[in-house]
Design a protein around this ligand. Structure first.
Ligand code: PHB
Length: 391
């Protein structure tokens, strides 16, 4: 099979890229190891920055998000038993939307399928070939048969465990990594929202987050041992822990409900630099990971492919490669800003086992500063909505 752009991975990056290229009249093929049902039901985070929302509207995919997502003009930071509001709209002029990643995926898949796009699900043994020539290709197996996609460019959107990054020789890239000694225990709960806005809580027992999915389904997390098992956590034990971490001295209490999903995610920061090798480009989690505290993962993926789509459009329309040549450099500015912000939020809000009483006071003083000073709150808010300046 022959196409212009071969895309590995049908996550937000791969599908959005394929959609953006289609709008420019550029052909692509997407291959994916999971099934359509799996990608449409895998639970991930759900915060869309203003820029991500704007793009979804621009490319004709904003209807369900506007109807079913919720617009948030602020969020709360809770510590020492008190909640403090960060007014995103007032501080930055922008807002965020809470709309689950797998809902974005459903919208993207529906749009691609409606345009007769080629998305091949359930592939195995994917490999990349000749990426340092002008005729790269992707090989894979499906239902026991060998297939090959011959293309002009290969775009690796296959996540941190995918094969694409490994196709860049080790001596041509540099990996930066930071592991955190904790994870997040996530639950989905059948209940009305406990709060109109997200609450990020710092507590001596560990971090907790109150988020939402709809008027009847809530998403909550609490810091846990990344090696713990969901089987060790009865519903009663979870509620006891959540109440201990988030209930406030003003009498505000979390609303309980039926827990219908539990999972544990590890936390790390990771950047692979560079994000290009010959005709291979990496986008999204294939090139970088952030801990979920800053809610940046999907937004970064979408930002990468927006830059790539411009570069590919310039290549096919004008025969020029200057946008593509500077892709890594352009994308990495935004990525490093988000890496720093996610690391900062994580460091400020979580309990580190070996933290000294001095470090605990540093955390509290920082939280007190970002909630008391308009200048400091603005720094946090502009990063959160995705409008922080970089050079
Ligand atoms: C979520 O709703 O899943 C969520 C919200 C905010 C975060 C991370 C995850 O920072």
């Amino acid at each position: 099979m022959r196409t212009q752009v071969g895309i590995i991975g049908a996550g937000p990056a791969g599908l959005m890229l394929s959609h953006l290229l289609h709008l420019q009249g550029i052909e692509s093929v997407v291959i994916e190891s999971r099934t359509r049902e799996e990608i449409e039901s895998t639970i991930r985070a759900g915060v869309l920055e203003q820029g991500t929302m704007d793009l979804l509207h621009e490319v004709g995919l904003g209807r369900r998000m506007a109807a079913e997502g919720t617009l948030h003009h602020g969020f709360e930071l809770a510590f020492n038993g008190t909640r403090h509001r960060i007014d995103l709209k007032d501080l930055t002029g922008h807002a965020i939307s809470v709309y689950a990643q797998h809902e974005v995926i459903k919208d993207l898949v529906a749009a691609r399928v409606a345009a007769d796009a080629k998305i091949v699900f359930g592939v195995v043994e994917t490999s990349l070939h000749n990426v340092d020539t002008e005729t790269p290709s992707i090989r894979y197996q499906k239902d026991g048969e060998e297939h090959s996609v011959e293309c002009d460019f290969v775009i690796g959107c296959d996540g941190s465990q995918g094969v694409s990054r490994q196709a860049i020789p080790e001596n041509a890239r540099k990996d930066y990594q930071r592991l955190y000694p904790f994870g997040w225990f996530g639950i989905l709960v059948e209940a009305p929202p406990s709060s109109d806005e997200l609450i990020y809580a710092r507590h001596e027992r560990g971090f907790a987050l109150i988020s939402t999915r709809s008027s009847t389904v809530q998403r909550m997390y609490f810091q846990c041992d990344p090696k713990d098992s969901v089987d060790n956590w009865s519903d009663d034990r979870i509620w006891h822990e959540m109440h201990a971490r988030v209930d406030q001295s003003d009498g505000w209490k979390l609303t309980e409900g039926r827990i219908f999903q539990k999972n544990i995610v590890g936390m790390r920061s990771f950047v692979s630099s560079v994000m290009q090798h010959g005709r291979l480009f990496l986008a999204g989690d294939a090139a970088h990971i952030v801990p979920p505290t800053g809610a940046k993962g999907m937004n970064l993926a979408i930002n990468d492919v927006r830059i790539l789509a411009d570069g590919l459009e310039q290549f096919y329309r004008e025969g020029k490669e200057d946008f593509l040549t500077t892709y890594s450099e352009t994308a990495l500015k935004r990525i490093w800003r988000a890496e720093h912000f996610s690391w900062w939020m994580t460091s400020m809000l979580h309990q580190f086992q070996d933290a000294s009483p001095f470090q605990q006071q540093m955390q509290l003083s920082e939280l007190s500063y970002v909630t008391a000073s308009r200048a400091a709150a603005t720094a946090l808010a502009e990063n959160y909505v995705g409008k922080a300046a970089t050079h």
